[in-house]
Design a protein around this ligand. Structure first.
Ligand code: MRU
Length: 353
């Protein structure tokens, strides 16, 4: 399976997802500006994947800094972090990754600059490797909710391409399959950038999963016909009260799932949970260029000069979420904040199928 992002020969290698599924091409980023541009233009996307890419971008940029001491080194890194942080505002993973890199530096402030540079590379690589393990754990906790013969609806792409590997929303599906269950997936095409039609379909087919692409407008009709057993989606930022920001259209899926008595699960690595924000109303929602809506593959489809609103994400209130599946277990949204409590008994909080 191709990787969304890798550290190869002192460069950040990014699989250009804007060209998928028809072309598999890579961009070798020799500086953080190339990484920032790739994130901004959706060549790499998906919350965990952009966190990893940003960490690698920072590590790459650090190699070119000449500083005589720790404070000078940190000062030079700050604008680089800001550039990476400003690329996409909704997913919390870039902030999470930058904070982790900063913490590492502060802990090792007495080391030489050369050593700090090497530590940053190791940490960025560790973030990638850990993300794969986290997703496997999400898969194990999540697979219990999938029964033999189930059809899972997913929205956008929260698969291997959106992460270090394995995916978040796709992990329970892959584990259920490994457990010998028969699982079908229905992938919303996910307008305007078609992550479902282009990316989820592509990677699930490669993984041997039975996948059917539908237009976003079809989800409700299929649910009403009894053809969807459960929904699993990813998240760009889940907050303390269990509200979930994810790709635009996720809220509609969740409301339709409730109307049709279908469980709605969110696969959320802890790196995508922002415990500092009390409510989803405070999550910044990214607005993207009009052209993503007015054009399809370079062809204009709307009248000249029409007004466009292109919100990349929406917020699903916690009340529509059956459970949040993390690497530590599956929890009711109202309990997610308790993961930060000292001495919390996770076993008491975990929900089972
Ligand atoms: O705009 P995108 O493609 O970055 O949006 C991606 C999503 O909404 C994913 O569902 C989310 O990042 C979770 S990825 C594991």
């Amino acid at each position: 399976m191709v990787k969304a992002v890798e550290w190869i020969d002192d460069r950040v290698r990014i699989l250009d997802q804007s060209k998928l599924p028809h072309e598999v091409t890579f961009i070798d980023c020799t500086d953080h500006l190339l990484v920032a541009d790739a994130i901004k233009t959706l060549k790499i996307r998906g919350a965990p994947a952009i966190g990893i890419a940003a960490a690698m971008g920072l590590a790459r940029a650090a190699q070119d800094i000449s500083a005589s001491g720790f404070d000078e080194f940190m000062k030079a890194l700050e604008p680089i972090m800001d550039t990476l942080l400003m690329t996409r505002p909704t997913a919390v993973n870039i902030k999470w990754a930058m904070e982790r890199m900063k913490k590492l530096l502060l802990k090792n402030r007495d080391e030489s600059i050369d050593r700090l540079k090497a530590l940053l590379i190791d940490e960025a690589k560790a973030i990638l490797e850990e993300d794969i393990e986290v997703n496997k754990a999400i898969g194990i906790w999540g697979a219990q909710f999938i029964r033999d013969g189930d059809t899972v609806l997913t929205h956008c792409n929260a698969g291997a391409l959106a992460t270090g590997g394995y995916g978040t929303a796709t992990a329970p599906i892959l584990v259920a399959k490994e457990q010998g269950k028969s699982v079908r997936v229905v992938a919303d095409e996910t307008r305007p950038v078609l992550q479902g039609a282009r990316l989820t379909a592509w990677e699930l087919m490669q993984a041997g999963v039975d996948v059917t692409v539908i237009t976003d407008n079809s989800a409700g009709a299929l649910m009403r016909k009894g053809e969807i057993d459960l929904c699993i989606v990813g998240t760009d930022r889940t907050v303390r009260n269990g509200d979930v920001a994810n790709k635009i259209g996720t809220y509609m899926v969740a409301v339709l799932a409730r109307e049709n008595d279908i469980p709605f699960y969110v696969a959320a690595p802890l790196s995508s949970i922002d415990f500092s924000i009390p409510s989803g109303d405070m999550i910044p929602i990214e607005l993207r260029p009009d052209e993503e809506v007015t054009h399809i593959r370079g062809q204009q489809i709307t009248p000249d000069g029409v007004k466009v609103l292109n919100m990349a994400f929406d917020v699903t209130p916690a009340k529509y979420v059956t459970a949040i599946i993390t690497e530590k277990g599956a929890f009711r949204p109202k309990d997610i904040k308790k993961l930060t409590y000292r001495g919390v008994n996770l076993e008491e909080l975990r929900i089972k199928a």
